[in-house]
Design a protein around this ligand. Sequence first.
Ligand SMILES: Cc1cc2nc3c(=O)[nH]c(=O)nc-3n(C[C@H](O)[C@H](O)[C@H](O)COP(=O)(O)OP(=O)(O)OC[C@H]3O[C@@H](n4cnc5c(N)ncnc54)[C@H](O)[C@@H]3O)c2cc1C
Length: 389
Amino acid sequence: MPADEALSAFREFARATLLGHDAEFDSGAEPPLALYRPLHEQGLLNWWLPAEYGGAGLSLADSVDIVSELAYADAGSAFTLLISILGSSMVSLYGSPELKKEFLTAMTRDGGYAAALGSERDAGSELINLTTKLTRRGDDVVLTGEKMFSTNSGFADYLVVFAKSEGEGERAAGYHAVLVPRDTPGARVVKRWDMIGLRSAGTYQVSFTDCVVPAGNVLNGPGLKIIEVGLNSSRILIGAIALGVSRRIRDVCLDYAIRKPLAGHKLVENAVFASKLGQMEMQIEVMRNQCLAAARDYDDVMATPDPPAEFLRRGALRSSLTTKMFCGQTGWQIATVGSEMFGGLGYTTELPIAKYLRDIRAVTIVEAGDDVLRELVFRRFVLPPNRRI
Ligand SMILES: Cc1cc2nc3c(=O)[nH]c(=O)nc-3n(C[C@H](O)[C@H](O)[C@H](O)COP(=O)(O)OP(=O)(O)OC[C@H]3O[C@@H](n4cnc5c(N)ncnc54)[C@H](O)[C@@H]3O)c2cc1C
């Protein structure tokens, strides 16, 4: 399907199926996977998967407006639907041909999901501290450990788990990314977290006890670099969640101001209101342009002769890091202005603005907080090249 038709289909889906159900999505009920089934029927679930595995093969630049449309209607649904790109892109770039054929084809055929499991209690932003152990046993590897947060793990078909091989210390070669089918004995969901936002998504704590998978399920390459590469695409699309939620906030503010009486007029006629919405529009425009610029950087790497090697050489893309930071911070400013707009009602659960505020809060936290990203940007892109780490 051409990209513009796909975007129209997503817009239609988001408006017809998701929009207007804020309270249900915010209830904390189980992720509403059945609602997303029509996307699979149109060949659009996991829309980025390459055509050779039966996917729609849409680019990351195409994905920005898709995610923005989904998040406009429900940020938690957008998060559920986009986050499989993290696990599946790592498999697509660094999995063996057999692994890709089996698991990526199954995703497009059956409409499945993927999850990535890096964070642990003492290793979220700093994965070098992870303690999940990988041990080799004949032609297999065995995983033991506990992962603190991982979105989609409760229903994903496969999990991409980060682990350290015993005895290899902190050397980069000691870290591995391993594909674990979710129903593998020893892989167990401990609980689903009760998050304050993105409540239609599911983020889980998962444990691994003597969990055995074939050694061929280990992705090819250093695990810490593979996760850095994988995060390039998901960080950009998480930025696009802030974009979609910000567009929604702008629109609900406008609807409210048209109705709200103020000193014999309506709020919409007030110059201070106009200035606030003009500011929001500027911020939304720049967020979108930044998401698109970063997505094009990513697509440019994908168009090189050897994307896995080029990504390993470059690691985290500067534009991907700055997109998540910029969109998270800017979205939060918009949400703050938006929540004030409704006066006291904006601080109640009566209006959906409270949901948007909580949803957008996640953008600067997930996939490394801003303190960590600021330092990374400094070390990788600000220091003179001979001092970079
Ligand atoms: C909704 C949601 C979904 C998630 N989904 C997933 C998932 O699918 N897979 C997954 O692996 N993880 C997932 N996570 C985990 C998430 O990526 C981590 O929580 C995030 O990276 C932050 O890591 P942390 O929790 O260890 O906190 P930390 O990074 O340890 O932060 C705690 C505090 O320490 C400060 N800090 C940390 N490092 C530095 C530094 N270098 N300099 C200064 N201050 C610092 C931070 O600013 C903060 O104040 C999810 C989290 C949420 C909330």
